[in-house]
Design a protein around this ligand. Structure first.
Ligand SMILES: Cc1cc2nc3c(=O)[nH]c(=O)nc-3n(C[C@H](O)[C@H](O)[C@H](O)COP(=O)(O)OP(=O)(O)OC[C@H]3O[C@@H](n4cnc5c(N)ncnc54)[C@H](O)[C@@H]3O)c2cc1C
Ligand SMILES: NC(=O)c1ccc[n+]([C@@H]2O[C@H](COP(=O)([O-])OP(=O)(O)OC[C@H]3O[C@@H](n4cnc5c(N)ncnc54)[C@H](O)[C@@H]3O)[C@@H](O)[C@H]2O)c1
Length: 472
């Protein structure tokens, strides 16, 4: 047994833990990082990176099919699913050095590859090490939630952890769950040549604006994906290659593979949180706005905190708690400016309030402005005209933005900045974007706010007429 002492102990080397460890050590703190599994956590190994890599392979396949209208003979591509999975593995491998033990040891972090468990309110056991820390950061992330559907435990099923090991393309993939994981993987597999059926208990893309979600669903259905909403998965039977799934609306769906994507559960098993006085809620570790747990020395960030579960949110939490960890300064997290995006094609992105949420919160004070992609010249040139931006404005400041369409994930950052800084629409109007870009949709929706104020305003018209009479 070895006794170690440190300023900051970080448990979990995913996006959240790595960001805290890198920031803290480079600013002079003594940092120990404990990881029980793979450096890089979910995002690198089982989440964002592999999913976006597979989506890229699927998009390449789809380009072949859709290029006819551009004068390039469209045809059904030859797809080597195993090679597409090799591409996924190569992408992970090329990013892995950034998250590696070697890099972090090089920065001065002591990395221990063990599972951590609390001994008491300031001490943690990790393998042969007993670590005493001034501050402890729980960045233990989340794992796929496997619901208690009768028969599921006896049937073969995939999750976001096992999907990347498949070598043979599923003939017919049944996806349970119409959230971002389910819908991204449904479209990727359809484009790679599988038949795909999605079964969603409530509404697909349930956290997004339904009007915009519908634009994506229409597109996915047009690509041949069967999507059943209001269809809870109720029973599973079968074996490798022959799965049957019963739904609450009376269907029986038959397929070759089953992907379970019904949400996440926070990783705290085996950590003896109670020994440290760290409480849990139903969704995750209980934290206040400073990301402090019920033990003032212990913080929980990223997926472990059970709020918005995204890599950029994990990084944001890390940035906020660094202030309080290193300088003992008060620092609180906010959520209004935190965006998300589902990387289906078209992409579906949101920041701040949706239209329904804004109307509920602000009633008649909310104004909604829209601009369609089919009026954007670049979108027309690239035949990417399925899209819409909607912004919600209260007292001259945006409180929410919803975008569906090409590059929605890139475009939403502008609205995050605007909301984070409480920019006024008059400030946003100062932006000039290059023509022709998709980002003109941001400019044009700001224009939609000013158009009636300028072009349908009798006072403006009167002043213009007066001035025109007087100037030489
Ligand atoms: C399929 C999929 C696609 C996704 N796509 C996106 C996307 O496009 N964009 C986006 O923003 N987000 C995406 N996400 C979400 C994103 O992956 C997570 O929000 C992010 O990984 C959370 O980071 P984290 O550091 O909080 O947790 P994790 O990445 O889960 O890391 C936690 C780490 O802690 C370790 N650990 C746990 N318990 C212990 C212990 N007791 N001792 C030692 N180590 C421990 C785990 O082994 C793990 O490595 C996706 C998720 C999935 C599943
Ligand atoms: N692009 C991204 O940023 C991205 C991509 C993938 C995942 N993620 C992160 O991972 C999290 C988890 O994603 P997810 O898609 O697994 O979860 P989710 O919670 O977002 O969606 C799960 C869906 O499954 C449905 N469901 C639950 N039980 C069901 C049942 N028995 N039958 C049918 N449907 C059922 C729910 O109604 C819900 O719509 C996301 O919330 C997000 O934080 C992000």
């Amino acid at each position: 047994m070895a006794e170690l002492k440190t300023d900051i102990l970080v448990i979990g080397a995913g996006s959240a833990g790595l960001s805290v460890a890198a920031g803290a050590v480079q600013m002079g703190a003594d940092v120990i990082l404990v990881e029980g599994r793979e450096m890089g956590g979910d995002c690198l190994n089982y989440g964002c990176v592999p999913s976006k890599a597979l989506i890229a392979a699927a998009a390449a396949a789809q380009t072949h099919r859709q290029s006819g209208p551009l004068g390039i003979a469209g045809h059904e591509p030859e797809i080597d699913y195993a090679k597409a999975q090799d591409h996924v593995a190569e992408v992970i491998a090329s990013i892995a050095p950034v998250d590696s033990e070697e890099r972090f040891e090089g920065l001065g972090v002591r990395v221990i590859r063990e599972w951590a468990e609390f001994i008491d309110d300031r001490r943690v056991q990790a393998g042969e090490y007993t670590i005493t820390a001034r501050r402890i950061v729980l960045a233990t992330g989340s794992s796929p939630l496997v619901p208690p559907i009768p028969g599921l435990d006896g049937a073969p099923y995939l999750t976001n952890e096992s999907l990347w090991k498949l070598r043979d393309r599923p003939d017919h993939l049944i996806v349970v769950g119409g959230g971002p994981i389910g819908m991204e993987m449904a479209q990727a597999h359809r484009r790679l040549g599988s038949a795909v059926t999605v079964v969603e208990g409530q509404r697909a893309f349930g956290k997004d604006d339904p009007e915009l979600a519908e634009i994506v669903l229409k597109k996915l259905r047009a690509e041949g994906i069967e999507i059943f909403e209001g269809a809870q998965a109720e029973a599973v039977r079968g074996e490798e290659g022959a799965i049957e799934l019963d739904t609450s609306d009376g269907r029986t769906i038959r397929g070759s593979h089953l992907l379970v994507a019904v949400g996440r559960q926070v990783n705290t098993d085996g950590m003896s949180l109670e020994k440290a006085g760290v409480e849990r809620t139903k969704s995750g570790i209980k934290v206040d706005a400073s990301m402090r747990t019920t033990n003032r020395r212990v913080y929980a960030i990223g997926d472990a905190a059970g709020g918005m579960q995204f890599t950029h949110v994990a990084g944001y939490h890390a940035g906020v708690i660094i202030r309080s960890l290193l300088f003992a300064l008060p620092a609180k997290t906010k959520t209004a400016h935190l965006p998300w995006c589902s990387y289906t094609r078209p992409e579906l992105a949101q920041v701040g309030l949706t239209e329904a949420q804004a109307r509920k919160e602000y009633g008649g004070r909310v104004e909604v402005f829209r601009f369609n992609y089919d009026e954007n010249d670049r979108a027309i040139a690239e035949r990417e005209t399925d899209g819409l931006i909607k912004i919600m404005v209260v007292s001259g400041r945006p409180v929410g933005a919803s975008i569906v369409g090409a590059q929605a994930g890139d475009l939403i950052g502008f609205w995050s900045l605007a909301i984070a800084n409480r920019f006024k629409m008059t400030q946003l109007a100062n932006m000039v974007v290059p023509y022709p870009t998709i980002s003109e949709v941001n400019k044009r929706v700001v224009g939609a706010y000013f158009s009636p104020r300028l072009f349908e305003n009798p006072t403006v018209k009167r002043i213009v007429r007066l001035v025109q009479r007087w100037i030489p």
